[in-house]
Design a protein around this ligand. Structure first.
Ligand SMILES: C[S@@+](CC[C@H](N)C(=O)[O-])C[C@H]1O[C@@H](n2cnc3c(N)ncnc32)[C@H](O)[C@@H]1O
Length: 448
């Protein structure tokens, strides 16, 4: 691989004897991986023969994008070194967690697996188009207790001061760990690029620190090897905010200690983690975990977001819930944005001043005199009153947007959840013997 000259000189100097093995690793194929979704039945035909040693849900291998396992959210494709970040965070059920730089959602879906539908996950992405992709991925994975926002870190810090148990900053970086997977990433690289990225990372971190509660944890990660963005960033953080202490990360499978000598020599920096492609099976990452002893942000009196359904909307939704749902959602958590209905997580601050992509689980749309359930709801519910198992051929028709015809139906008329090989696919509407297609237009695809 044609690595930039200045990159070679820099890492020859930093890595010494090890540099050759590091450079050679760029000529090897990139390592693929996927995580299974613990809230779904694990597909019996998935190849789980090669587990990622540090990840309870991770495996080496590849899952096709246009497959049932991917579409239904039974798996999430993620490069194995990126999986280490979620495992270091490992939030506990019930905690409040912020993923500040979250799109496309690899880490958010992983954090969601730890939270098991409890607590709160705020998944934020600053770029509008990327925030939409993030929302689609959290929905595909069936996450329920999640707010998806499209904000800058300053607004997030203003809305959620001293609020979270954990914040993940998976920072925008010079992406040196992406060179193998995406050689185009090399074209952005100049010797000054890590310095420019570090400036932006300091700005992001200066806001991120304000949202943590005392005792809360900051997880900082990059997919680059540049010391300016890695150990030096943590050295800067500790010098600027002495209320933080490093929580040493346990290492296995070729993951090594951070390098104090690449920053200010503080031996505690060895508690951070480096993932190098010539030492472990992955593309490369840096991860640090820090605990905050006393709050940096200033608490404000929280104004909570209230539910806002009109009487008519309440009636339409409760008619639907009585007929079809096996669990009744709490009315106080129902929130409309225009004609869209959401189930917001409990006790969240007012969302009024924020760019909200999803204020919780999208339940559906109010149409004239009826309620139409959403695709996100089909993928999030553990059970639905009327379920219909379809063949893989019919699954292909559904994701393509076609109607299907079946002989035996669980109801004469109305909503059914379509299931294929135990995975939720979408809602369909029974009309006679055909099932009308409600697979979202923007997500349809042709399998072949
Ligand atoms: C490394 S990527 C995140 C990957 C994601 N965490 C995952 O695991 O799928 C960094 C993200 O930070 C976003 N970003 C860029 N500039 C930012 C800024 N100034 N503040 C916050 N996020 C920013 C980028 O758009 C990008 O989506």
């Amino acid at each position: 691989m044609g690595l930039p000259e200045a990159f070679i000189t820099k890492y020859e100097h930093l890595l010494g004897d090890e540099a050759d093995a590091f450079f050679k690793s760029f000529d090897q194929p990139s390592t693929g991986g996927f995580r299974v979704n613990p809230m779904r039945t694990t597909p019996s035909d998935l190849d789980l023969s090669d587990p990622v040693p540090y990840s309870q849900w991770g495996y080496y291998g590849k899952v096709a994008g246009h497959s049932l396992d991917h579409q239904s959210g039974a798996v999430y494709s993620q490069e194995p070194s990126a999986m280490f970040v979620g495992e270091v965070a490992a939030p506990k059920p019930g905690q409040r967690v912020l993923d500040l730089c979250a799109s496309p959602g690899g880490k958010s879906t992983h954090l969601g697996s730890f939270l098991q539908g409890s607590g709160l996950l705020v998944s934020n992405e600053i770029m509008g188009k990327r925030a939409k992709v993030l929302a689609e991925n959290t929905e595909r994975f069936g996450l329920t207790n999640t707010l998806v926002l499209n904000e800058d870190p300053t607004s997030i810090a203003k809305t959620f001061p001293v609020y979270f148990d954990q914040v993940l900053v998976d920072a925008p970086c010079s992406g040196e760990g992406m060179f193998r997977k995406d050689p185009d990433a090399m074209s952005y690289w100049t010797p000054d690029y890590p310095i420019a990225c570090a400036n932006r990372q300091r700005e992001i971190l200066s806001e991120a620190v304000k949202v943590l509660k005392p005792g809360g944890e900051l997880i900082y990660s990059t997919c680059t090897f540049a010391p300016e963005e890695d150990e030096q960033m943590i050295a800067w953080l500790l010098a600027t905010y002495p209320a933080f202490e490093i929580v040493p990360i346990a290492k296995t499978a070729g993951i090594i200690d951070g390098k104090p000598e690449w920053a200010d020599g503080n031996p505690e920096l060895a508690g951070t983690a480096r993932l190098f492609p010539h030492l472990m099976r992955g593309e490369g990452h840096f991860v640090a975990k820090l605990r905050l002893k006393t709050a940096i942000g200033t608490t404000k009196k929280e104004r909570l977001q209230k539910g806002n359904l009109s009487r008519d909307q309440q009636q339409l939704f409760s008619d639907f819930a009585d007929e079809y749902l096996t669990i009744a959602p709490d009315k106080r958590q129902l929130l409309t944005f225009g004609d869209q209905l959401y189930l917001m997580p409990e006790n969240i601050p007012s969302l009024q001043k924020l760019k909200v992509v999803r204020p919780g689980l999208h339940l559906g749309t109010f149409k004239k005199n009826r309620f139409e359930p959403s695709y996100a709801l089909a993928l999030a519910l553990p059970t639905f009153k009327f379920e219909l198992t379809i063949s893989e051929d019919d699954w292909q028709k559904v994701v393509h947007g076609d109607t299907i015809t079946v002989d035996e139906l669980p109801i004469q008329k109305g909503w059914v959840r379509l299931i294929c090989k135990q995975q939720p696919v979408a809602f369909g509407k029974v009309v006679g013997r055909t099932i009308k297609n409600f697979f979202p237009k923007g997500l349809r695809f042709n399998v072949h």
